[in-house]
Design a protein around this ligand. Structure first.
Ligand SMILES: [Zn+2]
Length: 378
């Protein structure tokens, strides 16, 4: 019965757990029925620790001529991923997006009523019981979706994976379960130089998807692209090299930071195994410091940075010295990347770059040599 009600309501990712009679019509109790809602919107990691629950009341379209009141009991989660800036988040699904008080389909219907059914904004607002700015915004979204425009020229193009697609669901008749038919992975293209923002988003994450989108731009537009910022993923690399052979590939800052942190972790694990003959565990100081090692020192209190360096120096040299060298190289790289936002002169950039390379070269660690020879920032 409850499954039938879920099907009748048809909000993907939400399941009905009960329907009660309220003073103004039916009250529908909902819970989250999408595993993806547990993934951190910042880093995509599946959360393990719940922070409690919260009830939201998104407004929705009428069902059978009545407008049921939705009561969605959703969870709050903590993101434990080291290096992720997001401390906690609340579950969201595409049908009822985060921080929105209306369901996506109510918003879409309000916009479509104006664009496709000839209503005025005010009429649509009244029909859907929403404010007119909501309808105006929904109309703009609707228009953007149906009016494809070629983006303006772009000098620095960013290509990245986007984990929050709009899923589509079908009911599997045999098992009675809802299944996602649309790839949750999208590729986003954005303008990193002139502020046009997101230029396009396509489903899937294959080289062909990236190449197709680029090939759909006019040749003159493609010729203008000088740099393409990508993550470490080789799928994008091959597509860009094929379609934009003149453009220089660079790794964007966020992914360089991730790589630098991964390098510190790699060095820590290797020396622990080499010296202790096993993996790190409680009681090994370098293991206990693992999260602090991948934190940005610029965001730590000065005395904590001093403590961290002192603790590493106090470890047996064969463990402490390589980790300290890797940590220093990581911090050099972060300092260099932080410069990018301050409009520095070339000399200062060259100086910082030299410091980073010298550190990597002198440390004699294979991991740092690899980090230093990764594709460079422009
Ligand atoms: Zn996260």
């Amino acid at each position: 019965m409850v499954e039938d009600t879920t099907r009748l309501l048809g909000l993907a990712g939400l399941a009905v757990v009960g329907v009660a009679d309220g003073a103004d019509g039916p009250v529908v109790d909902l819970v989250t029925a999408d595993e993806q809602a547990r993934r951190c919107p910042e880093c995509g990691t599946r959360a393990r620790r719940s922070k409690g629950r919260r009830v939201t009341r998104p407004r929705d379209l009428p069902v059978g001529g009545r407008r049921p009141a939705l009561r969605w009991c959703k969870r709050r989660w903590r993101c434990d991923e080291p290096g992720c800036r997001r401390g906690s988040f609340t579950e969201a699904v595409a049908a009822a997006p985060a921080r929105k008080r209306l369901t996506a389909r109510l918003r879409a219907a309000a916009g479509a009523a104006v664009a496709d059914a000839g209503r005025t904004v005010v009429q649509s607002a009244r029909d859907h019981e929403v404010s007119w700015p909501v309808v105006a915004a929904a109309l703009a979204v609707h228009a953007d979706a149906v009016l494809p425009v070629q983006p303006q020229p772009v000098q620095v193009l960013g290509i990245d994976e986007i984990r929050r697609g709009r899923p589509k669901w079908v009911l599997d008749e045999a098992t009675g379960a809802w299944q996602s038919t649309v790839d949750r992975w999208h590729v986003g293209f954005c303008d990193l130089s002139d502020g046009q923002g997101l230029l396009g988003q396509v489903e899937g994450r294959t080289a062909q998807v990236v190449a197709d989108w680029l090939l759909a731009r006019p040749p003159a537009w493609r010729d203008q692209v000088r740099y393409v910022a990508i993550d470490m993923c080789t799928i994008f690399k091959s597509a860009v090299e094929r379609v934009l052979p003149h453009a220089q590939l660079v790794v964007d800052h966020f992914h360089l930071m991730q790589l630098a942190n991964a390098t510190v972790t790699e060095v820590r694990r290797r020396v622990t195994v080499q010296v202790r003959g096993r993996r790190g565990r409680k009681g090994n100081r370098e293991w206990e410091l693992r999260n602090r090692l991948t934190r940005n020192a610029a965001r730590m209190r000065a005395e904590h940075v001093d403590d961290l360096q002192a603790e590493l120096s106090a470890l047996p040299a064969r463990i402490g010295a390589p980790i300290l060298a890797a940590w220093n190289a990581k911090e050099d790289l972060l300092d260099l990347l932080a410069l990018a936002r301050t409009d520095p002169n070339r000399e200062r950039v060259a100086e910082m770059l030299y410091r980073f390379y010298r550190r990597c070269a002198h440390a004699g660690l294979p991991e740092l040599e690899r980090l230093a020879t990764t594709r460079q920032v422009p």
